[in-house]
Design a protein around this ligand. Structure first.
Ligand code: BG6
Length: 481
């Protein structure tokens, strides 16, 4: 099934940090794919802005190389690449000085959507915002896009919000959490709010617990230096995992509009109990040479976690008594992200004790093999007594929707949403601050106690303590495979 493509309005998009890793891996290949699909109209300009002293042609060559490196080969079609490169311009810019700003101003055309993507260190957000505004390059209609990490705690996130708010209104600020751009993450909303089936059961009366897993096989690799100052809680829980939790736990908004959605997500974050020390397990992969966190991070004394598991409680009418278990980590056995909603036992069994009852479970696979799996009990075929068996009503989206299903990458969708002026899949400032306000005390507590993460074998399911977190409650994690 080929996705329906609705062209966006004509735009000028400036990418600050255009020669950096994110721009080369995600932003520029994403824009190329949208161009190839006909979603970007003729007449748009994509301006690379970075410190590197390049001419436009040098930038085009860099982009061509990035497309060849990061896109599947059949997608890189020479004529389409050539026409895409024609759209590109470049300015060498000094984010903290004067160089390059007049040249940038001269490239902007009136009558188009103007968007500015800050793919740079957060320390530069304020400097860039100030220059864009004071030099009249951005106006009330312009949009700015900012990336994570949005701060490293509540205080720094607040500062960033304040500095952006000095120059731009909240409805101009697009804070990216790329998980919200993933097709399957949006599908969580469709499953919950476009079906009558689940909603009546979607509460503590019927749901025993929820497991959210984001497991990666990769290690910290070349990002060791950044990662060691962050760790899994800041890198994944405060943002991506929190967003998944919100989408599962939120009340139905009255419409699919930015503030209606974000108001409901914010209520979930604010309803989270502080996490108890005994309900959080941190781990660090410890293997040989290339598989060892300490050598990859370059910090032999590191106490940074590459894995975390935690049990959360959402204190509100709907969820009181239903725990949410979260786990995420690097160098694990499998790349597997999923949400498993486990339902409670029926109140009474008419089939007697001999029948092994298994929980009904709804599993939403986010990646890979995106799909849904609903485990239900049926009668085991054959004569004799009534024996029950649990089977999966398993649906792979690729199979259900056709093999040529073209799922856009999260960045493609999100950048097009910026151009359309739709903030539904972006985080609002108060949401980001609320998430930090919740994780900060947990991080502080562990730092003050000088906790050392529990070692785990690379290619395992994480540290023993994570299993124990579940076992103590008479539950277990779903197998990671
Ligand atoms: C990023 C984190 O935000 O998300 C990375 O900084 C992580 O550490 C990545 O690997 C995971 O994203 P995805 O899309 O590969 O699941």
């Amino acid at each position: 099934m080929v996705a329906r493509v609705i062209p966006v309005d004509c735009f000028d998009l400036v990418i600050f940090g255009a020669t950096g890793d994110l721009a080369r891996r995600k932003i520029l290949p994403g824009l190329y794919r949208r161009w190839k699909e006909g979603q970007i109209p003729e007449g748009c300009t994509i301006v690379g802005a970075a410190r590197s002293d390049l001419e436009a042609d040098g930038f085009r060559e860099l982009v061509r190389a990035a497309l060849e490196e990061f896109l599947p080969q059949p997608e890189v079609q020479p004529e389409t690449v050539a026409s895409f490169l024609d759209m590109l311009a470049y300015v060498t810019i000094d984010a903290r000085g004067d160089a390059g700003w007049p040249e940038l101003a001269a490239l902007m055309r009136t009558g188009k959507v103007h968007a500015f993507y800050f793919s740079v260190a957060p320390a530069l957000f304020g400097d860039i915002a100030k220059r864009l505004k004071e030099r009249g390059i951005a106006d009330r209609e312009s949009r700015i896009v900012v990336e994570k990490p949005f701060g490293k705690d509540l205080a720094t996130a607040r500062k960033l919000n304040e500095s952006l708010a000095s120059y731009f209104h909240e409805d101009q600020i697009y804070r990216i959490d790329h998980y919200l751009g993933k097709e399957t993450v949006q599908n969580l909303m469709a499953v919950r709010f476009a079906n009558i089936l689940f909603e009546p059961l979607w509460n503590a009366q019927y749901i025993d617990h929820v497991q959210i897993t984001v497991a990666e096989t990769v290690g910290v690799g070349g990002r060791g230096e950044y990662y060691d100052t962050s760790g899994a809680i800041r890198d994944m829980v405060q943002n991506h995992m929190m967003q998944l939790l919100c989408l599962i736990a939120m009340e139905p908004p009255n419409c699919f509009e930015p503030d209606a959605m974000r108001d409901e997500k914010l209520k979930v974050i604010r309803a989270l109990d502080p996490v108890a020390p005994a309900e959080i397990v941190r781990g660090q992969y410890r293997g040989k040479d290339g598989d060892d966190y300490l050598s990859e991070s370059g910090n032999p004394d590191s106490r940074t976690e590459s894995f975390v598991a935690m049990k959360l409680h959402v204190s509100n009418w709907r969820w009181k008594g239903t725990p949410f278990y979260l786990r995420t980590g690097k160098r694990l056995r499998a790349r597997a992200s999923e949400i498993a909603v486990t339902f409670k036992e029926p109140p009474h069994s008419i089939f007697g004790e001999s029948n092994q009852w298994r929980e009904n479970m709804l599993v939403i696979r986010l990646q890979p093999d995106e799909g849904m799996d609903l485990r239900v009990m049926i009668k085991e075929p054959g004569p004799g007594g009534m024996r029950l068996k649990d089977v999966a009503l398993d649906m792979s989206f690729a199979e259900a929707l056709g093999d040529d299903l073209d799922i856009p990458d999260a960045y493609e969708r999100l950048i097009m949403d910026v151009i359309r002026g739709n903030q539904t899949l972006f985080m609002r400032g108060d949401e980001v601050e609320a998430a930090w306000a919740w994780v900060d005390p947990a991080i502080d507590m562990m730092e003050q106690r000088g906790d050392v993460p529990e070692p785990y074998e690379p290619a395992s399911a994480g540290p023993e303590g994570s299993m124990m977190l579940m076992h103590r409650d008479g539950r277990r994690w779903r197998e990671m495979r």
